[in-house]
Structure formats: structure tokens, C-alpha cells
Ligand binder design. Sequence first.
Ligand code: AMP
Length: 137
Amino acid sequence: MLYDDQNIFARIIRNEIPAIKVYEDDQVLAFMDIMPQAEGHTLVIPKTPAITLLDLPPDAAAYTIQIVQKIAKAMEKALEVKGIVLMQLSGASAGQTVPHVHFHLVPTSLHNLGKHAAQMGDQEKIKALAEKIKAAL
Ligand code: AMP
């Protein structure tokens, strides 16, 4: 499958549509999921155009996971949670809905996960959670 550079995350990377960002550098972006499966649900994406983790060059994958760890640590501190579900769906057959590789960081238990990409969260509440995470980075 060819990478579609009009996918929503590619457009967020190019600042064509807004996102509630918590971290950004030249290679990686982290922002809040608009349909959170738990309070504080955050996404980490490499800026490299790749659909799934399997398409991502290993160096970009290695760097992205370092940022995943950094954000996860900030989430634990900021949100006072003990466990974080890390989820990475590779391929539509696995349930992936946005065709740009991303890691989900969901500060909850696997047994309490909300439905996937199902319901818009309260954007003001999400912004407040993002500020807390940013402050803990
Ligand atoms: P996946 O199904 O693994 O591809 O996950 C895509 C995730 O992106 C879902 O959890 C959606 O809630 C989330 N999502 C979709 N559009 C946006 C957006 N514009 N900003 C932030 N998160 C989004």
C-alpha cells in the first residue's frame, strides 16, 4: 500500500489541522487522542512517512520508542497513574484506522480500556491533561 500524504496525521505534522500537542522535535510528535480510551490517552508518531511499524526504518522506530518512554514517564508523574497500556496497531486488519504509524499510550488497565476511536472526548478537559503532561516532561 502506498503512503497517503493526505492522511490526518500527516496533515497534523504539517500543521494543516490542529492538534493538542504535548511534545515535538524534528523527528517525532506527541499529541492527545481526540477520542480517548481513558483520560490522558496520548499518541506518539514519527514524522517519517510510514503506514505501519513494519514500514518504519529501524532508526526512526528506535528514536520514536525513546520518546514513547519519555512521554510515558511524564504521564505517570503528571497523572499519578501506575500503569500505561502501550498499543500499536499495524494494518487495517488489526483495527488501524489512521494510515500513519503511531503508538497509543493509554494510562489505564487493559481491563478498563474504553472503545477504540469511538467517542469524542471533552476537548477542554483533554487540553488540561496535556498541560499537566507537558509540565512533567
Ligand atoms: P488507530 O486506529 O490505531 O489508527 O488509532 C487512531 C487514533 O487516532 C484513534 O485513537 C483516534 O481516536 C485518533 N484520532 C483520529 N483523528 C484524530 C485527530 N484529528 N487528532 C487526534 N487523534 C485522532
